[in-house]
Write a protein that binds this ligand. Sequence first.
Ligand SMILES: Nc1ncnc2c1ncn2[C@@H]1O[C@H](COP(=O)(O)OP(=O)(O)O)[C@@H](O)[C@H]1O
Ligand SMILES: [Mg+2]
Length: 274
Amino acid sequence: MKALSVNHLSFAYAEGDPLVISDLSFDVEEGEYVSLIGHNGSGKSTLAKVVTGLLGFRFQGSVEVFGLSLSKSTVREARKNIGLVFQNPDNQFVGSTVEEDIAFGLENHSVPREKMQGIIDTFAKEVGMEAFLKKAPEGLSGGQKQRVAIAGVLAMNPRLLILDEATSMLDPSGKKEILSLIHRLKKENPSLAILSITHDVEEAAKSDKVIVLNAGKKIEEGKPVDVFKDQKALEAIRLDAPFVYRLANALRERGIDVPSDIVSEDALARWLCR
Ligand SMILES: Nc1ncnc2c1ncn2[C@@H]1O[C@H](COP(=O)(O)OP(=O)(O)O)[C@@H](O)[C@H]1O
Ligand SMILES: [Mg+2]
C-alpha cells in the first residue's frame, strides 16, 4: 500500500506567486525509507507542510495519505497516520519535562490516563531517554531533544514518519543518534514508511530511495547508487555526492577502475587492498 502518493502537485504561497512546488509526483510505499534532498529553498519544507495539510488546500494535483485524498474534510483523519518531526529541537518541546512532552500528544488524542504512563515509558525507552523522564528540556542536548520529539510522535503510532531536516541543527554525535534511531525503528516496524527531508547526502545514501528536488521540481528519483553516481548532475544543482562516490570518481579519473557497485567506504577500502 502507498503510504503517501503525491500526484502532479503544484503549490504557490499566494495566487500569482511563482510555484514553489511544480508538477511534483512521487510515492512512498509502506515500509519504504525515502529521502528527499535538495538545496536550500528547493521547496522541501513547503512539501512537508502541504502533504500534512499545514498550508491549506489551495494546491493543484492531489495528495493521498494511505489512500485518503487530502482535503479540508479528510485532513484530521489523514494526520492520524502521520508523525512529523521538524528541524529545530527547541521549537518542539511543549512540556516542562520529558515525560510531559511525550504525554502532550497523547492527551490531545484523549488517551486514557491509566494507559498513558505505559505508553510514555515504552517510547522513552525506544529512543533511549527513559532515564530523563523527570528532566527539563534545558539540560538536554539537541540530539536528546530530537529523540524526545520523535518519542512523542511515535507514541501516537504513526504509519508514516516525516522528518524535515530533523538532524540538521545537531552536532555530529546528535546526528548519529538520530540516524541510528531511524534505522532501528525501521527494523522494528517493517511497515513504517519514512520520508526524510534532508540535505545530508550521507544519510540519503543509506535510504531505500532518493528523490532530488530543485526549484520545486523533481530532477531525479531512484536507488541511492543510481542517483549518486552522477556527481556532475548533483553539483549542477549545488549538491555534493556522498564521500564514497566522490572518492571512487576521483580514483576513476586517475585511472583506477573502481566497479560501480562499490558504494560503501568499507567496500572501497577492501577492494583497494585486495
Ligand atoms: N511562508 C512563506 N511565504 C512565502 N514564501 C515562502 C514561505 N516559506 C517559504 N517560502 C519560499 O518557498 C521556497 C521554498 O522554501 P522551503 O520550502 O523552505 O525550501 P527548503 O525547505 O527546501 O529549504 C523559498 O523560495 C522560500 O523563500
Ligand atoms: Mg527546509
